[in-house]
Design a protein around this ligand. Structure first.
Ligand code: FEO
Length: 384
């Protein structure tokens, strides 16, 4: 696939993967992107997952059209991109590796060598000259590992953005970008909003016409749309107006309260009500929704003097990613000593800029008329 006359795509689609990074379902597979920049000198941008060595080397051979690569630029050492470094260097003994100092340390851990005899160590603002263009490197620590660099091609005005602007889904999938890019961002990079903001600030100084990430489609048009979303996500801003309800229910009584609340929210004009049953939904979808909307209702039962396990996991996932700037309401259920609200609030006590709703709901076993009035008051409060 041609990106420009001098930049070619040599990545692969993984349609057999069960869980990306050992935890994320990817119903439409995953793409591991890699690129070749053809100039007086030739640079290969990253490798691909270990299961696609032959396919990737074949793509590379086709793109090289009989020439030999001079550089392998390693932007990120996570094995979905770095697994074939050693294979590449054995196949092309004259090529050198271009990467950050931390990346070479990690290479030593993965491959037993830091390629001291054939490497170029780059840092913020370092360049290599390919003849008709320069590649300029910028550090992007923790987006999403510490060694990450991104690369700017000053001829084609392409930003090679590593995991930034990545997305779940193979490239032969026709699907909405934001949905799977948001789940990817909050799942994988979400903890590092500050670091992503720092990368966006560097990108803002560049004249970018295309973004080539390590996962997901190459972005060639309307780049402001993608950059604005990344800015919202990494600054923990509210992307969409609405309320998300995340719940667990053992015998259906908490679920009944959630259904009543969802209905009342709609009746009160809430533009969007997203409901996630934490025991049954994809946890990464629930996490992405929590960061997408500005208001959340957490509904769960008291369980072993604590809260139901899926809710505990969910709140831990939010805390791990620095959940903040949101309005939170609680619905608790307990048959003899309901304490779930107290437990949930305690779990969130270090989250910043949280507004707690005044009208929380406490159920004892089954929803009563009094609870329905409480749900009504909560719906009105959240829709004010
Ligand atoms: Fe796609 Fe962080 O590796």
């Amino acid at each position: 696939m041609k990106i420009t006359d001098t930049v070619k795509y040599i990545g692969v689609n993984d349609k057999n993967i069960d869980l990306f990074e050992g935890q994320y379902i990817v119903p439409n597979g995953m793409a591991y992107n890699s690129y070749v920049i053809i100039d007086a000198k030739i640079a290969v941008m990253d490798t691909v997952d270990i299961n696609f060595t032959e396919e990737w080397l074949g793509n590379l051979e086709n793109a090289l059209d009989g020439r030999k690569p001079d550089y392998l630029v390693v932007q990120h050492m996570e094995p979905d991109h770095s697994a074939n470094i050693d294979v590449f260097l054995k196949k092309y003994p004259e090529a050198v590796v271009v990467s950050s100092a931390i990346a070479f340390k990690i290479m030593n851990q993965f491959f037993g060598t830091d390629y001291a005899e054939r490497r170029v160590v780059v840092n913020e603002g370092s360049t290599i000259d390919l003849g008709g263009r320069k590649l300029i490197f910028y550090t992007a620590p923790m987006v999403h590992w510490p060694e990450v660099i991104v690369t700017y091609d000053n001829k084609e005005k392409i930003l090679f953005s590593a995991d930034g602007f990545g997305k779940f889904g193979a490239l032969d999938t026709d699907e909405d970008w934001a949905c799977e890019a948001r789940r990817y961002y909050f799942g994988i990079v979400g903890k590092y909003g500050v670091q992503t903001q720092a990368l966006l600030k560097k990108a803002a100084t560049l004249d970018i016409e295309k973004i080539c990430p390590l996962h997901g489609p190459i972005l060639t048009e309307n780049l402001g749309y993608y950059i604005d979303l990344y800015n919202t996500w990494s600054s923990y801003g509210v992307e969409s107006e609405g309320v998300v309800i995340a719940y667990t229910s053992v015998y259906g009584n908490t679920k009944k309260a959630v259904e009543i609340l969802a209905q009342k929210l709609k009746e009160n004009g809430c533009p969007k009500v997203a409901v996630n049953d934490l025991a049954r939904c994809d946890m990464a979808e629930a996490v992405e929704d929590a960061f997408r909307y500005g208001k959340i209702v957490l509904a769960t039962t008291t369980y072993n003097s604590d809260i139901f396990p899926f809710m505990r996991t969910f709140i831990d996932e939010l805390k791990e990613r620095g959940y903040k700037n949101r309005t939170i309401a609680f619905v608790e259920n307990g048959s003899w000593a309901p304490t779930a609200t107290t437990v949930m609030k305690r779990m969130l006590e270090n989250s910043k800029n949280i507004t707690y709703a005044e009208n929380n709901v406490s159920i004892k076993s089954a929803v009563t008329d009094e609870n329905i009035d409480q749900l009504d008051a909560l719906a009105k409060e959240l829709c004010k």
